[in-house]
Design a protein around this ligand. Structure first.
Ligand code: SF4
Length: 478
């Protein structure tokens, strides 16, 4: 047991995120005191044994915040590294986007900080990032600059959320509902109203649409007629003349049919996702995907035949019951199917998922195995001509892992890159959509959220539109 005390602050969150990378919740107690107490020692940090005889002796770690949160985090990292033997490779970076940070230090508003030492040294000394991860972040930043370039003035991504799926996966923490056709039709009417308003307002504000992304949920839960109607509405109300990428997350292979794919192609969709997560049937059954490996293969076959320019596929490293050969086999099979993007997720079990209810400590198990899976994938994909083009770390990811997207032939997803860069406005429509308006002069994003419950979204659609009118559109973003 660790007894961790921080004086001089009452904000525990940034420190707790780091502590959780090392320790399970049952292994520590964390206390903060906004006032630095008389016993507070700014140089504290060394271990001491707890004197309470009723308890198992705890290691006491004390810190004093004096305005530099990173300094406290570095002390915590060093102490926990010593006590646990773990050395998380992303150092003290939690809740920070490593590529974005690298860009800010190299080209952005934090350039002055790295002027003398260089970005690499700041990542090493201030954030304790290990060499391989520093190199990865820099490599991805350079590749993004080469392929995606700068988002440019008044550039916009448009996201549309379809919060429905055929069944709910075991690890799901997204907005996913299992409902009948009538409910979906009701939702589409409300979404249509938001599209009509937002299309006109985006044009009036002079936004140039760079990408459109249909996500969810699973957009291909809609039937071919509904997809045609919805895509037609987008085409009719938004000026897509500058759009360089149009993605539909087909997601679940069991929702993909030839007639839906032909609607997508007809409406200008050039990128789709087919996301098996695993190519092992027992795993799919266990995690509640309710589709077969053969359905994934068939979805790839018909998508290739339909002529999509880019097919993305998602795999998850560390699914329950999977060992290294299972993961390696899934990877080989999706490469063999001809995926152009392969996005590797490490399973981060979040509060709202059924898996979290079943196994509170799932995130802490098999950390090493997940790292080995990702290392193997990197080596295997590079051999096949793939390059890493974006990465992000999730809050609930344990150890040193990250979610990382690879592509071949420069078939990046510009939408994925922009989301992580946070230097472009994102207009998000539908239940659960969180729009972000970017203010370049202040390098600041302001969030404008829709409600996530789809029934409330339908009921309060006029209010959702009013929020956009008041907070997203009509802003000075020069
Ligand atoms: S397909 Fe995605 S959104 Fe749908 S239930 Fe599974 S994890 Fe959730």
């Amino acid at each position: 047991m660790f007894d961790i005390r921080i004086t001089g602050t009452d904000k525990l969150n940034p420190y707790e995120e780091l502590i959780k990378v090392f320790l399970q919740p049952s292994e520590y107690r964390l206390n903060a005191d906004a006032k630095a107490g008389p016993e507070a020692d700014p140089k504290a940090g060394g271990p001491q044994e707890s004197q309470d005889p009723a308890e198992e002796p705890a290691v006491l770690l004390e810190y004093c915040y004096d305005g530099d949160a990173d300094a406290v985090k570095r002390q915590i990292y060093r102490d926990l590294e010593k006590h646990t033997g773990k050395s998380p490779k992303w150092g003290i970076l939690t809740g920070i986007r490593p590529v974005k940070l690298t860009w800010e230090l190299t080209f952005g508003q934090r350039k002055a900080e790295s002027r003398e030492q260089g970005t690499e040294a700041v990542l090493r000394d201030r954030y304790l990032v290990h060499p391989a991860k520093r190199q990865l972040a820099t490599e991805i930043m350079d590749y993004q600059r080469q392929t995606a370039g700068d988002p440019g003035r008044k550039s916009l991504s448009v996201y549309l959320g379809i919060p429905f799926c055929p069944t709910r996966c075991l690890y799901c923490s997204f907005t996913s509902n299992q409902v009948g056709k009538e409910e979906i039709a009701r939702y589409l009417q409300a979404l249509g109203k938001e599209i009509e308003y937002a299309g006109a307002a985006a044009a009036e504000d002079g936004f140039r649409i760079e990408s459109v992304y249909f996500g969810g949920g699973t957009p291909t839960t809609l039937d071919a007629g509904q997809l045609d109607w919805l895509l037609g509405l987008v085409e009719g109300h938004f000026d897509l003349s500058s759009c360089r990428e149009f993605t539909v997350e087909a997601g679940r292979p069991d929702t993909i049919t030839e007639d839906k794919l032909s609607v997508l192609r007809k409406r200008g969709v050039d990128r789709i996702s087919i996301n098996p997560q695993s190519m092992k049937q027992e795993t799919l059954d266990l995690i509640g995907r309710r589709h077969t490996v053969e359905e994934t293969e068939e979805a790839f076959r018909i998508a290739k035949a339909a002529g999509f320019q880019c097919i993305n596929t998602d795999l998850i490293a560390g699914l329950p019951g999977e060992d290294f050969p299972d993961f390696a086999e899934s990877l080989d099979r999706v490469i063999g199917l001809g995926a152009d993007n392969i996005t590797l997720h490490t399973l981060a079990v979040k509060r709202a998922s059924r898996l979290k209810e079943m196994d509170e400590n799932f995130n802490y198990k098999e950390e090493l195995l997940r790292e080995e899976m990702l290392a193997h994938a990197s080596e295997r994909l590079r051999r096949e001509g793939f390059r890493p083009y974006y990465l992000y770390r999730q809050k609930h990811t344990s150890g040193s892992t990250e979610n990382i997207g690879y592509c071949r032939e420069d078939k990046i997803s510009v939408y994925n890159i922009r989301i992580m860069e946070e230097r472009q406005s994102i207009l998000a429509l539908g239940a659960g959509g969180i729009s972000k308006i970017f203010f370049p002069a202040e390098n600041r994003l302001e969030r404008v959220a829709n409600v996530s419950n789809y029934e409330i979204y339908i009921e309060r659609i006029d209010e959702m539109i009013a929020r956009k009118r008041n907070k997203f559109f009509g802003q000075t973003t020069e």
